[in-house]
Design a protein around this ligand. Structure first.
Ligand SMILES: [Ca+2]
Length: 413
């Protein structure tokens, strides 16, 4: 071939390569999470086939912990090449009805303050008793090496143990404690049942708790008059706390927490307009069995940012609640996604995505790449080998329970 011809061939090859590179850049720019026009999310399994992963906790060092309700195991989530590993196994788990390992939190200063916090129901066989307690596990490297009891012998029952624990933006540990089937306890300030508790990470009482110094009051109490709660979340804007609360056959509630507030149970429930009891910002009849909650801080979908997202055990949906600017009222409620089963935990992960758990799996809401069919092995969201299912219209979607239908008593957490 003569020189001229070879030059023309090289030029043509270079042109093709440049064109391919341009197409690749274009594809990447419209496919990457956060790209303009990419405003869809899909529920993607992170891990399935798990035994009741009731709670997630995200460590500042990047690890994801999850708690298995019945085995008492606290697991560290691996990835496609590293298997899940056991951080610690809580002994003597009681598992009747709604009991079990119920709550999990990682210290916000981990690993400088190397603790993982747990709320669980203890089967104290030696003394023939069952009760709830809050403990913290001391961590060394990748495993827990011992357990300190922060709050012991909280009355338990087969129902209404609540059990979610979370750190608030104030660095305090909040614990949701149900009425343990003794509704009168919720109005009795001398004990922890039917309360939201607020404690220091070492188990001591915060000096600014609302009932510090009140004779006969349990100084850990933050709010009272609660029945059975499975969710707590704080607004990143106002730092206000919200709990989700389960009613009986009616009146599930979302309550805005005011320190020292009385939320009415068992004297009133739902929107009661009966001072001094504080009304919920929204109530549900028939019930949905609201579970854990989080304020949505992901970038996609943009319209959901700042909304309160609450899981439902009954209808499997993420309820998306737009609040008024002052956070005291509800503008509207929509649905962000539907899970394949009842939703247990709902958390914002350190990866910026919303995570949830069901009785058998861990999922997260991942961006849908534009012009890309969601499928197994997508490199865009595939760091855990996710298999994706499009949220809108996917085959897991199930109808809401019909209005007025009697709720099946909780097999719930
Ligand atoms: Ca109430």
């Amino acid at each position: 071939m003569e020189t001229k011809g070879r030059l023309a061939l090289v030029a043509a090859l270079v042109a093709i390569l440049v064109a391919l590179a341009g197409l690749a850049v274009l594809w990447w720019s419209v496919s990457r999470p956060g790209a303009p026009g990419n405003d869809q999310v899909q529920l993607a399994p992170v891990r399935t086939g798990l035994p009741w992963p009731i709670a997630l906790a995200f460590s500042p060092d990047g690890r994801v912990f999850f708690a298995e309700r019945f085995s008492g195991r606290i697991q560290v989530l691996g990835n496609t090449t590293i298997l899940d590993s056991t951080f610690f196994a809580i002994p003597e788990i009681a598992s009747s009805g709604e009991q079990g390992l119920l709550g999990l939190a990682v210290d916000p200063n981990f690993p400088n303050r190397p603790y993982v916090y747990v709320y669980y129901t203890r089967d104290d066989a030696a003394n023939g008793t069952v009760y709830n307690r809050i403990v913290r596990i001391r961590s060394s490297g990748s495993i827990g090496i011992g357990m300190d009891v922060l709050r012991d012998r909280i009355a338990a029952s087969t129902i209404h143990n609540s059990g979610v624990i979370e750190f608030g933006p104030d660095g305090k540990l909040y614990a949701l404690v149900g009425d343990a089937a003794n509704s009168a306890s919720a109005q009795d300030l001398s004990g922890p049942n039917g309360k939201v508790l607020r404690i220091n990470p070492d188990g001591t009482v915060p000096s600014d708790n609302p009932f510090v110094g009140r004779p006969g009051a349990d100084a850990d109490v933050y709010t009272f008059g609660h029945r059975n709660m499975f969710g707590i979340a704080w607004s990143p804007g106002t730092h206000a706390g919200y709990v989700s609360e389960n009613g009986p056959q009616d009146s599930d509630e979302i309550n805005l927490l005011i320190p020292g507030g009385n939320y009415g149970w068992p004297n009133v429930r739902g929107i009661a307009r009966t001072p001094p009891y504080l009304d919920p910002i929204i109530a549900y009849t028939p019930v949905i069995v609201p579970t854990n909650a989080a304020f949505y801080t992901a970038t996609i979908p943009a319209a959901s940012r700042g909304h309160l997202i609450v899981g439902s055990f009954n209808d499997h949906r993420l309820h998306e609640i737009a609040l008024t600017a002052d956070g005291t009222g509800v503008i509207r409620e929509t649905f962000l996604a539907t899970a394949p089963d009842g939703i247990l935990d709902v958390e914002m992960g350190l990866d910026g995505m919303l995570w949830l758990t069901t009785p058998s799996g861990i999922y997260r809401l991942a961006p849908v790449p534009v012009n890309s069919t969601p499928m197994a092995g997508s490199g865009i969201i595939g760091w855990m080998g996710l298999v994706s299912t499009v949220v809108a219209g996917h085959p897991w979607r199930r109808p809401l329970l019909s209005r007025g239908s009697e709720r099946t008593p909780p097999r719930k957490p």
